[in-house]
Every structure is written in structure tokens, then in C-alpha cells.
Design a protein around this ligand. Structure first.
Ligand code: 5RP
Length: 223
């Protein structure tokens, strides 16, 4: 059920971008099971665009597996479009990301992109962020320091055991945070020494959300 909805959201995003592609287009491509559906569908449009910038090694491998050229972000200009999933989204396009641990590269590719299309199933559409524990990528030697900071602001930080990011760092998953002002929280958390990236995407959130539910896919323009 959920997988069918993830596929439906991905297909809606593919329909949205199809008329925008040309032989010079380089797409930003996200990470996770919903993004995987998008990549699989993208394979059919392979000859309609130039290539893709991947937000993780896993995505890079999947793109290459479909014969889609993977380009270095440093070798291309701004990307017109980025398509990725999320763990939570609001209607204004504020997100929690990083359930798959790719948050830093995702934030970089989102920042490099002119439009961010987020693809989710309806369980992820929330009125307020924070039921999903916030992933935070941390420099390993600062894990305890950063955990104490998050505990000090009311969170319950848990190291993601045995997980190493593509950047060689660790993840803390922080539950119970009050994210009423998520944009301000993102700015504060990313000032803590040892935090590489926090999984809030508010400063650069989604521009459009494709949310698949029982009645079809809702297209939300985040304004
Ligand atoms: C990876 C992410 C993913 O977009 C997020 O975890 C959603 O994953 P899925 O589509 O598998 O539910 O942020 O870092």
C-alpha cells in the first residue's frame, strides 16, 4: 500500500518534470525508497536529459544501473530541479529528512537547485514537524557534546548504532523536540560545533509537494 503510494507520488513528479527536460538538463536526485521509484521511472526518460547529480552513493549506483550519467556537482551549474522524498513535510514545504542518513548531501543538492519537488505518501504530511525523530549528522568526536546540547533543549538523542554516513560521520536521532519554530531551530542547531547538518529543511525547503493518498496524488504548491 505505502509502496504503491510512494510510486504514485514519484510518477506524478515524473509527469511534472517531463515537459521541462531537454538535452542540457541536469537533475538533482534524492535518496530513499520513494526516490528509488523516481529513479526507476526516470530511466524511461533517459534520452530526454543530460544526466543527474546524486545525493548519495546508493542513488549514484541506482542511476548508473539504469545507464543514467552521474555528474559531479562541482562540474555543473545550478540545477533546475531536485526531486527527493522526506520523512515529514508540512504544507509550506518545511521538511524533516535524513531517515536514510543522506541529509548532508541532500541539503547541498537542494541548495544548488532552483526548484525542489518533494515526493511523499500521505502518512508524512503533518501539521507540525517533530513526531519523526530529527536526524543530525555529527563529527564522531563531538557525538557526546552534541547529544548534551540536544538534551539541553529538551530532546532525547539516540546514536544510530553501526551507521556511518557517506561522509564518514555518525547520526544522532533526536526525539521529543519542540519544533514549533522549526526554521529558527534549524539555524540554532547548525551553529553547534560538531553538527555537520541537522535534518530540518526550512531555510531551503520544498517548493512543491506531491502527496499520494487513497484519493490520488495531491499537488501542493508551497508558495
Ligand atoms: C534520506 C531521506 C529520505 O528522503 C527519507 O528518509 C524518506 O525515505 P523513504 O522515501 O524511503 O521513506 O531523507 O536521507
Amino acid at each position: 500500500m505505502s509502496d504503491d503510494r510512494k510510486r504514485a507520488a514519484a510518477e506524478a513528479a515524473l509527469e511534472r518534470i517531463r515537459p521541462l527536460l531537454d538535452s542540457n538538463t541536469v537533475l538533482g536526485v534524492g535518496t530513499g525508497s520513494t526516490a528509488d521509484h523516481f529513479i526507476d521511472g526516470l530511466a524511461k526518460l533517459r534520452h530526454a536529459f543530460d544526466g543527474a547529480v546524486a545525493s548519495s552513493r546508493a542513488t549514484e549506483e541506482r542511476l548508473r544501473g539504469h545507464g543514467i550519467p552521474v555528474l559531479d556537482l562541482n562540474a555543473v551549474g545550478p540545477l533546475p530541479l531536485y526531486v527527493d522524498g522526506a520523512d515529514e513535510t508540512t504544507r509550506e514545504g518545511f521538511l524533516i529528512k535524513g531517515g536514510g542518513g543522506a541529509l548532508t548531501r541532500e541539503k547541498i543538492v537542494a541548495e544548488a537547485s532552483e526548484r525542489f519537488l518533494c515526493i511523499v505518501d500521505e502518512r508524512k504530511l503533518v501539521g507540525r514537524l517533530g513526531a519523526f525523530p530529527l536526524p543530525v549528522e555529527v563529527v564522531p568526536m563531538a557525538r557526546s557534546l552534541v547529544a548534551r546540547w540536544f538534551a539541553g533543549v529538551g530532546g532525547l538523542p539516540e546514536p544510530r548504532e553501526g551507521f556511518v554516513t557517506d561522509n564518514g560521520f555518525g547520526i544522532l536521532d533526536v526525539a521529543e523536540l519542540d519544533l514549533t519554530d522549526a526554521a529558527a531551530f534549524e539555524a540554532r542547531a547548525e551553529q553547534v560545533p560538531g553538527v555537520l547538518t541537522c535534518g530540518l529543511f526550512c531555510r531551503r525547503g520544498a517548493d512543491e509537494v506531491f502527496c499520494a493518498g487513497p484519493g490520488g496524488v495531491e499537488h501542493i504548491d508551497c508558495g
